[in-house]
Design a protein. Sequence first.
Length: 237
Amino acid sequence: MRKPADIVALLREELRFGVDFLRRRLLRLSLIFVGLLLPLWAFAELADEVREREPFPFDEPILRFAHDLAGDGFDKIFLFFSAVGYQYGVVPFDIALIALLAWKRRLREGLFAGVAIIGSALLNLATKQVFARDRPSLWDSIAPEDNFSFPSGHAMGSATVAWVLLLLTWRTPWRWPVAVAMLGFMWMVGLSRVYLGVHYPSDILAGWAAASVWAVAVYLLVFRNGHRPWRSPVSIP
């Protein structure tokens, strides 16, 4: 039978082990919670309402508010961010990033970027077909779209590249400039799609959530067993 002093010593040892484990894994655990679990819950809630064809009470009021702001100046700004949020910005940048990482022989970083970006695009296309949500039709858009609406491809694509850049630079001096720049970029791309009347706000939120879940999941898979961006071996065992 253990003595009370032995039990206390064991409890102290267990406590020290737990504190040390949390200290060493705090970043990863925070990433799992903030970047994976919360967005997964948010997407599930949004997707369930869309599947049931239930309207979101905030969708139409926000769309109408955005439309009330319409003017030539705002048109130019949001058409610009809509364009760079996909075919004239995000897509060319994604291709250049993956090519650069491959050329630099950063195979693990390139694998992460490639799977996260390409997988996100494929996931978006598949999800749109599953939910088949029609685009908003409150007014005639100056940049109409004719495919399905949920989740937003622009929001998902911009959020995916934002997560990729943030996770690759998090342990470098560039993390905060990248975080601020990417947050602003994501916000403006999302706003542009609502302003143009081609997406519901819930489409944008779902795109951001899905991108977060996918990008963080790929990161945790590629950079496991103690591997870190830029410090990992060039080869992938």
